[in-house]
Design a protein around this ligand. Sequence first.
Ligand SMILES: Nc1ncnc2c1ncn2[C@@H]1O[C@H](COP(=O)(O)OP(=O)(O)OP(=O)(O)O)[C@@H](O)[C@H]1O
Ligand SMILES: O=C(O)[C@H](O)COP(=O)(O)O
Length: 394
Amino acid sequence: MNKKSVKDVDVKGKRVFCRVDFNVPMQDGKITDETRIRAALPTIQYLMEQGAKVILASHLGRPKGKVVEEMRLTPVAVRLSELLGKEVKKADEGYGDSVKALIDSMTEGDVLLLENVRFYPGEEKNDAELAKSLAELADVYVNDAFGAAHRAHASTEGIAHHLPAVSGFLMQKELDVLGKALSNPERPFTAIIGGAKVKDKIGVIENLLELVDNLIIGGGLAYTFVKAQGHEIGKSLLEEDKIDLAKSFMEKAKAKGVNFYMPVDAIVADDFSANANTKVVAIEEIPADWEALDIGPKTAEIYRDVIQKSKLVIWNGPMGVFEIDKFAGGTKAVAQALADAEGAYSVIGGGDSAAAVEKFGLAEKMSHISTGGGASLEFMEGKALPGVVALNDK
Ligand SMILES: Nc1ncnc2c1ncn2[C@@H]1O[C@H](COP(=O)(O)OP(=O)(O)OP(=O)(O)O)[C@@H](O)[C@H]1O
Ligand SMILES: O=C(O)[C@H](O)COP(=O)(O)O
């Protein structure tokens, strides 16, 4: 990477503002997945060891510029203290005099977690005043929030213009893995794209069609492609206005010699629920009153075969409604195929696919699970990430 890292700056005795992505799922005030907290530890521990005063900032959820009590970062500070084996102080605000007073009382190696930065309307607007106020708290800026790097916000972008600005270890690792995969892929290179909507995956399909040998389509978005092939899809998800685009993707794949894999069968249900009646049907036989909620077993077998023969696989988006056990089989089969493909480097593009891999207990078997959902998707679209662009060049 051509951006400076924490190793390129002297942080001893300095106040270091470190933007992390502690946007973790919570239920009833309890953290339900702490992956993102653990992923930030190497940078935090390094800064502590180097004698920095570590000031952590993050968003949590989408409070829309207002204080939302359930979105305070207090539970994160508690868990982080346990993981670091040292008390992490928690500020009740994100900047200002009260925060400055807390920072003044810090000694080398101390860690302070600021309040949810999205409690301030200026954050998402990348307000210049807020960026300046945040910068006033510190001497150095470290961005380790890969998951938020696609957002040009005050704490991810604006602040970087006021301080020496470098990347953290997590940020570096994510960019290195994803960057190498896309710029110099081992072949055969396979991309698996699933999830709910074609609309959300246009950019990534377009970009990957230029790079991959195999493109596998699944999830709700597959049925717009099935419709584009001329089949009826009953009540399955359909984006009418994307049918022509789906056709053009299939034509482009053909022209480029990319193998384009679509479901050949599906699990259909008479209701979108755990109690629905279900059956397996061939893709051209989806009944009018039923909806396809997962890929079928024949499809899973074909996809498994392609995955097994690949050297590099990138996966974004589930193959079906994996949150409901009845429709989780296709996503599980793909996860298992990746886990079993010993010769393949497997990259899971965050978000729901990462959650699925965790749910099936296969996370350890993957080569890299990104901590960024939207960020990894935008990276795979070939877009520049504002939080990275703003950092100092080497
Ligand atoms: N056949 C289907 N019909 C309806 N919904 C589906 C189908 N297959 C998958 N889904 C749903 O799609 C959702 C995931 O798609 P979405 O595009 O939101 O996530 P993603 O691709 O993993 O992106 P992100 O990284 O942002 O989480 C899941 O909630 C899943 O239940
Ligand atoms: O969860 C994520 O993908 C990141 O934390 C970014 O969150 P956002 O989509 O609310 O900006």
